[in-house]
Design a binder for this molecule. Structure first.
Ligand code: AHR
Length: 494
């Protein structure tokens, strides 16, 4: 039996909706085919953006979208991606498969996508191979309302009014593909580049500095010490990789129990990373003004057999769904510092929400978790105390159940529970403190499967799909919940 107390009248602050953010890079079939098909495509589209993907993403209320990379950002030159499409420069995408990038999806197309999704754009600028002038002019091009070389060029290219742009990243992974820099050197470059990322009119930019890789705590220390007061956010990247990044990450579908366990263990590691990086940030920013921006996270497996190794295409199973649920529970419980996260990546790449094959599209188990958990966006995160039993394998133990809870503007309480055990049920006694015992009513939604690698295919698109949950019973003001093995549940309590 697992015991959980949800203090429904103790709020720990708001869950920033940007925790449910996404990331779409010029990588493999994410942008091209996955999002952009072009205006002349037989695939139904709105000004070149495919309608099925748009509708699916709107449904999960994507709050913010990061673009154009990733590693691609530090070799992207934005001027090549504006103006008439036929005349745009073609380049080699050296990071991702060495394919030709025709620059048909550029600044205008990305900002149109964000308008259609009604989400905030988050643009990542080029520090690694770009110049201060290039970055500064990009911001002028997008946001300056008036007479200036860049604003005039924007108007010539068909956009009279400036866009609103809030989130801007000053480089990506500058310790690696973004320039192989030392933190001291990048901190100085960050100070210099960000100076020229201007606020025009009432457009106020939230500046995000390139942050640490996994547990590089020294990077966070040096950045906060030398540039903390000049940033609004500092990023962190961490992927859940069951194997070894270079020697073999593990298959998305062909795995045994041991690999399932390791995947859960590595997903849970996010909690330690946030705690330790936050502790360093607290030293320089005790008011928690600077947001932790986890702008790349998710599973990273070996590519599907027979696909281009540079395209990072992987299937997505109930295991991915649990990884997503575990992450969201962690993010909610760190909502005081975590202001945004962006799963990698939206379509056809890594832990995707959506997979496409030509005109066909399917939703992944991960998509369904985003759908089930969207009720937490902008809700008050509630104080939760839990004493949960363990999930054990090979002498190691993990907490079998993870949990988070929030209260929305209408006073509805949502509790999200994840049972990471591949074989064991979890019985939970949920004490809803602050709720009148006699009036408690609960209903819910569950995502589960009977095989560890259950997944959706173009032939069976709904093999893993949410169902209504009838495993919650009210007894004397306590809620008893029975979770099947490998399940994600969201309860609504009125
Ligand atoms: O998401 C794939 C890649 O992973 C990104 O381009 C890069 O930033 C990270 O290493």
């Amino acid at each position: 039996m697992h015991n959980v107390i949800v203090n429904t009248d103790i709020s720990k602050g708001k869950i920033n909706k940007n925790i449910y953010g996404h990331f779409a890079e010029h990588l493999g079939r994410c942008i091209y085919e996955g999002i952009w098909v072009g205006e002349d495509s037989p695939i139904p589209n709105t000004k070149g953006i495919r309608n099925d993907v748009l509708a699916a993403l709107k449904n999960i209320k994507v709050p913010v979208l990061r673009w154009p990379g990733g590693c691609f950002a530090d070799e992207y030159h934005w001027k090549d991606g504006v103006g008439p499409r036929e005349g745009r420069k073609r380049m080699v995408n050296t990071h991702w498969g060495g394919v030709v990038e025709n620059n048909h999806f550029g600044t205008h197309e990305f900002l149109l996508l964000c308008e259609l999704l009604e989400c905030e754009p988050y643009i990542c600028g080029n520090v690694g191979s770009g110049t201060v002038q290039e970055m500064s002019e990009w911001v002028e091009y997008m946001t300056f309302d008036g007479e200036s070389p860049m604003a005039n060029w924007r108007k010539e290219n068909g956009r009279e009014q400036p866009w609103k742009l809030k989130y801007f990243g000053v480089g990506n992974e500058n310790w690696g593909c973004g320039g192989n820099m030392r933190p001291e050197y990048y901190a100085d470059l960050y100070r210099r580049f960000q100076t020229y990322v201007r606020n025009y009119g009432d457009n106020k930019i939230y500046k995000i500095a390139g942050g640490a890789n996994v547990d590089d705590y020294n990077w966070t220390e040096v950045l906060m010490k030398n540039a903390g007061w000049l940033m609004d956010g500092l990023s962190l990247h961490y992927y859940t990789i069951p194997g070894d990044f270079w020697l073999g990450k593990g298959s998305a579908l062909d795995f045994e129990e041991g690999e399932w366990f390791i995947t859960m263990k590595k997903a849970l590691h996010m909690d330690e990373l946030i705690t330790k990086h936050s502790t360093i940030m607290d030293k320089y920013d005790p008011e928690k003004r600077v947001g932790m921006i986890i702008d790349e996270w998710g599973t990273w497996f070996d590519v599907e057999p027979g696909t281009n190794p540079g395209f990072l295409y992987q299937q997505n199973s109930i295991r991915d769904a649990l990884v997503a649920g575990v992450h969201f529970n962690i993010f909610h419980n760190h909502a005081d510092r975590v202001q945004m996260t962006n799963i990698a990546q939206t379509v056809n790449v890594l832990q995707a929400m959506i997979l496409t094959e030509g005109e066909k599209m399917i939703l992944t188990p991960t998509y369904h978790v985003f759908d089930m958990f969207k009720v937490h966006q902008e809700a008050e995160v509630l104080a939760v105390e839990s004493a949960v039993g363990s999930y054990e394998m090979g002498g190691e133990a993990l907490p079998q159940v993870t949990v988070s809870a929030s209260k929305d503007a209408e006073g509805k309480v949502h509790v999200s529970l994840v049972n990471i055990d591949h074989a064991g049920e979890a019985e939970i006694s949920l004490d809803l403190r602050g709720f009148a015992a006699e009036s408690v009513q609960a209903s819910g939604t569950i995502l589960t499967a009977d095989r560890m690698n259950a997944h959706n295919t173009f032939e069976q698109p709904d093999a893993v799909a949410p169902k209504s949950f009838d495993g919650a019973n009210v007894e004397g003001g306590r809620l008893s919940v029975k979770l099947p093995p490998m399940s994600v549940v969201t309860l609504v309590i009125h």
